[in-house]
Design a protein around this ligand. Sequence first.
Ligand code: ADP
Ligand code: NI
Length: 213
Amino acid sequence: MVDLKLIQEFVKSRMGADHSGHDVAHIQRVANLCAHLLAAHPEADHIIVLAAAWTHDILDDKLVDDIEPVRQRLLVTYTAAGLTEEQVGTITEIITHMSFSKNLKHHYQLSIEGQIVQDADRLDALGAIGIGRAFYYGAHTGAPMFDPQIEPRTDLTKKDYRQKSPVINHFYEKLFKLGDLMNTPEAKQLAEQRIQVMQNFVTEFKAEWEFKS
Ligand code: ADP
Ligand code: NI
């Protein structure tokens, strides 16, 4: 028996005070989206998916300065929760390779479990929540909301990706592209609905920006 609660408690203790959009509420939504996607993929291992979902952001270099001690504690927690060495290896591989920026240069072929967690994480960057998170992130880094003089960048490299860009540009540089990058058809369908919400928002945003009586 695997005790997922132990992993959840560890993540909650680490992420409680985050103000960059990687709070526990994000993790909980990702886990809920995973449960939705798992219903359509009975071949995927639930425990691997949920353990990876709960821990997918914990070693992000945006969130921790010194990753090594956190990695050690994470490995101890996985083992204490009852995961085997092989399961820990599978989960670690997922959380190491699933991020958007890591896939900019080389596409990494994830297992079905990894594909589900990646889809769920990307879905939480879309729709109304995605809009909220993008502005929240922009405020955190000091990026402007919008600047009509600055064109969205194309063909982003990992270095570009880390550079500050107006929040609305991030919609074009990353978020609108996520629909085509979804792994599972169920996530793709949800992504299309959520991207439509964002496109309507951007249209209205630009109309209000340019409003003159
Ligand atoms: P995750 O690993 O959870 O997908 P990221 O670190 O890529 O998260 O981003 C966290 C949130 O901040 C996402 O909703 C993402 O769209 C948003 N975000 C990331 N980079 C930017 C940016 N340059 N401008 C605006 N929002 C951003
Ligand atoms: Ni995430």
